[in-house]
Ligand binder design. Sequence first.
Ligand code: SAM
Ligand code: SF4
Length: 349
Amino acid sequence: MGSAPALGRGRSLLTDTYGRTARDLRVSLTDRCNLRCTYCMPEEGVEWTPTDQTLTVDEFNRLIRIAVEMLGIRQVRFTGGEPLLHRGLEQIIAATKKLTTDEEAAPRTAITTNGLGLDRRVQRLKDAGLDRVNISLDSIDKERYARLTRRDRLPGVLKGIAAAIEHGLHPVKVNAVIMRGINEGDVIPLTEFALVHGFQLRFIEQMPLGPGGVWTRNGMVTAEQIIDMLSQRFALTPANDNRGSAPAALWNVTDRSDQTLTGRIGIIASVSQPFCGNCDRTRLTSDGCIRSCLFSTTETPLREMMRTGATDTELAQAWQQAMFFKPAGHGIDDPSFLQPARGMSQIGG
Ligand code: SAM
Ligand code: SF4
């Protein structure tokens, strides 16, 4: 087995054995959530990480500083669980924005949120330095939304999306997971809604990361099937053939019967057309573990190291080592594929 390159003076990178370099840090601020989306969390019986095992604001800030100022991270996205449930979110974003990347700029900051309560907080988040927001919305039908998320809270999410657009957090992106027999009927209405309101809708293939048994290979709605559904109503042309590390294939869409209804949507085919070869992500969980991949079955815990006096250099080295052995791909198609022990809400999507 090889080992990660030693940290020299100045900045080192989070490079792996396949030559990929992580530039995008996903921080899961909490594993708690105010929704219970069926593809993500069980209805009940979730065991939350105890508070004493969750990183403090200072610990998050220290690890983010190490990632940006020692390890080449250029973008930080806060997620969860639900990041808006974390009271220190503004403080952490503000501290992140004070850092300087290897491009001599402040890191780009973003959140992935279910949008609940965003309308009341968006100005403060913007003032803290938030650049962009992705909001999850799988249905614009009130009852379907309530069934899918197990909470009747669609109006709150719509207020959050409107507030993000009003406050100029452009481009506002909205993520939708389509599940067979549940919300396929939302593909066209969601797209229409996105075109009318001017946000970028992105369909994401459901991944085997939720409660056991919810994802099945045959049950999954594929990117190709979503394109077929969209084609019934819209003319689609590819918009980003050369997309680098961006996960979404972009499509220009125009309503066939109303040429003025036009815009761009994204399709993230994480399962059927994996983009692992270009992945530039590294992940930090709310209890202080580094994961090189959503689907990793191993983690590198940094919390106890931090609490027992590790130096910044030691933490950076452990982070490098964790990323060095990032697997080539998620291997969902491999017969030996194992779903990770932690779900999406604990890892941070
Ligand atoms: N609570 C926030 C939200 O819902 O946006 C942030 C965390 S959530 C885990 C992040 C993203 O992961 C959401 O867009 C959600 O739809 C997506 N997600 C959760 N479970 C998923 C799964 N099994 N497959 C694909 N996407 C999933
Ligand atoms: Fe909560 Fe987001 Fe998971 Fe839904 S997808 S249960 S909003 S963490």
